[in-house]
Design a protein around this ligand. Structure first.
Ligand code: MG
Length: 251
């Protein structure tokens, strides 16, 4: 009798745990930028995402020719290729909402004061050496600022994911490129998939496979309500969207 009761409570605990895991959460793509005074990848977009009380704020980072990590999506800004330009030539540039081009340091400093996960997308760089240098710089900064738990990593470059798995194996690291199964990534020490919605529609079995392996599943960039509902039903862990408020309402 006692054993039976113990078994039942153990099962309830497992069910409860699965229940918690199954709750989809929202990540604001490039921050919450479709709102007054905001812009993609701005510090304001990070603050607005935190105000919206979503799980995370996604942002893109690149490295200048002299090793400064800046927050920007495109490889070039006002005709200057970031990887070929020293930071001093970029530091006065303004982004769309009038803010200065944020550095990773300024972004993390603000993020540290907010209750939100910082989803750092390390963009591919021209050479493996540059990617390795960028990742070493980023991981060192994150550790120095005590943000290992608050920063999660995503990247299209397999090399970047592998460098992260080597330098910060305890972190959340998800691969974006959509061409590898969860099991293949797990073998490389990469513990998440963050795939385009079309990839997960084609491979719905990867959601369960990832979960079975203890990996997280994120999907991008989901902006239509029917697709949001579909991925909530598929029990993905995170939906990355340009419409964080609308997605939140469905949960
Ligand atoms: Mg991105």
């Amino acid at each position: 009798m006692i054993m039976k009761r113990t078994l039942i409570s153990a099962l309830a605990l497992v069910a409860c745990f699965i229940g918690i895991q199954a709750q989809t959460q929202v990540i604001a793509h490039r921050g919450f930028w479709k709102t007054e005074g905001s812009a993609q990848n701005s510090i304001t977009a990070l603050e607005k995402a935190a105000e919206a009380e979503v799980y995370g704020s996604e942002f893109d980072v690149l490295m200048t020719s002299d090793g400064t990590i800046v927050v920007n999506h495109d490889h070039a800004i006002e005709g200057m290729v970031i990887a070929e330009t020293p930071y001093k030539k970029l530091k006065k540039l303004k982004i769309k909402n009038g803010e200065k081009l944020p550095t990773l340091k300024s972004y993390l400093k603000k993020g540290k004061k907010l209750d939100i996960q910082l989803i750092l997308e390390a963009k591919p760089l021209p050479t493996k050496e540059m990617e390795d240098q960028a990742i070493a710089t980023i991981v060192k900064m994150v550790k120095k600022m005590g943000l290992q738990k608050q920063v999660e990593y995503i990247a299209f470059s397999l090399n970047i994911c592998e460098q992260l798995a080597k330098l910060t194996p305890e972190s959340e690291i998800a691969y974006l490129n959509g061409n590898l199964s969860p099991a293949e990534l797990k073998k490389k020490g990469i513990n998440g998939i963050d795939y385009n919605q079309k990839v997960l529609e084609k491979h719905p079995e990867w959601v369960e496979e990832a979960h079975r392996l203890g990996m997280k599943v994120n999907v991008w960039t989901v902006n239509k309500e029917d697709m949001m509902r579909k991925f909530i039903d598929m029990k993905v862990d995170y939906i990355t969207t340009d419409y964080p408020l609308e997605t939140q309402k469905l949960l």
